[in-house]
Design a protein around this ligand. Structure first.
Ligand SMILES: N[C@@H](CCC[C@H](N)C(=O)O)C(=O)O
Length: 278
């Protein structure tokens, strides 16, 4: 199987051309776990298949490291844009990519003939608790208490197609994510598990974030997570509509256009290496 290893802000996935590499759907979770393994496989936060589509220019089929399917991937979709342009599968710089039935629109920025960065219209954030899903008394979860490991945190929940719980804190660099991350991910309030972002607001235009991803663990960046964080910051009155989200692996620029209710994410897409695995 031919593959390309790519990353967006250090959130690294293995990209496979699903049109050329035919794999039975039921075999994919096991193959994803094998390929993602950093000791016995290629190594990555998961695998993304790029498939032909009737409803959009391309389809993105995204799997986490544990073999679970995710509805959306922000860093992944930027790399899909780079993959299809750099490999000549399209010559357009405005393309559409569908994932789990939801289409996103990408603007690709070429530098010397190859894509260096991508802007994605990530659509509208979902705040309705039942659609995220998160178990709640009210319609939305904004700055609500949650108890984890005998500690009370304030959480705001947002779906960007996939579920996110955003926790604001005074400090995030020393957090024991390996311990508390899985407790949030598998908390009884999240029927589909959750991604969790731990955020320190630096000023009204900059925030620092670490993430524990559903199905993968701590990663260096999460694009949908950065979008959810910006929404949570604005809903809690903490930042302006344009926010630089500083992650362990780089910075993403996120803008929530409140008039149109659309989120725009801009960031890098990088190819690391290509190979073939048997
Ligand atoms: N890293 C991704 C999100 C990947 C999926 C996530 N772990 C989930 O299960 O929802 C991003 O950049 O958005």
């Amino acid at each position: 199987m031919k593959f390309t290893k790519m990353h967006g802000c250090g959130n690294d996935y293995i990209y496979v051309n699903g049109d050329k590499e035919k794999i039975l759907d039921e075999k994919k979770p096991e193959i994803v776990r094998r390929l993602s393994d950093r000791h016995f496989g290629i190594g990555g936060d998961g695998v993304i298949f790029i498939n032909p589509s009737r409803e959009a220019d391309f389809e993105m089929e995204m799997y986490n490291m544990d073999g679970s399917r995710a509805e959306m991937c922000g860093n992944g979709i930027r790399c899909v844009g780079k993959y299809v342009y750099d490999k000549g599968l399209t010559n357009k710089t405005e393309i559409s990519v569908v994932s789990c039935g939801k289409t996103k629109y990408l603007t690709l920025f070429p530098e010397n003939g190859l894509i260096g960065s991508v802007r994605v219209n990530m659509g509208s954030p979902i705040l309705k608790a039942s659609e995220i899903p998160v178990i709640a008394d009210g319609e939305e979860v904004i700055g609500e208490r949650i108890e984890v490991d005998e500690k009370i945190y304030q959480m705001t929940c947002v779906s960007m197609g996939n579920p996110h719980a955003v926790i604001f804190m005074d400090e995030v660099s020393q957090l024991p994510l390996e311990k508390i991350g899985p407790l949030f991910e598998n908390h009884v309030r999240f029927p589909n598990r959750t991604n969790t972002e731990f955020v320190k607001v630096l000023d009204r235009e900059n925030v620092q974030m670490r993430v524990w991803e559903r199905g993968t663990g701590e990663t260096l960046a999460c694009g949908t997570g950065a979008c959810a964080v910006s929404v949570a910051c604005i809903l809690n009155g903490l930042t302006k509509e344009q926010v630089a989200v500083k992650l362990l692996g780089g910075t993403l620029q996120i803008q929530w256009d409140r008039k149109e209710n659309l989120i725009y994410m801009t960031g890098p897409a990088v190819t690391v290496f290509e190979g073939e695995i048997f």
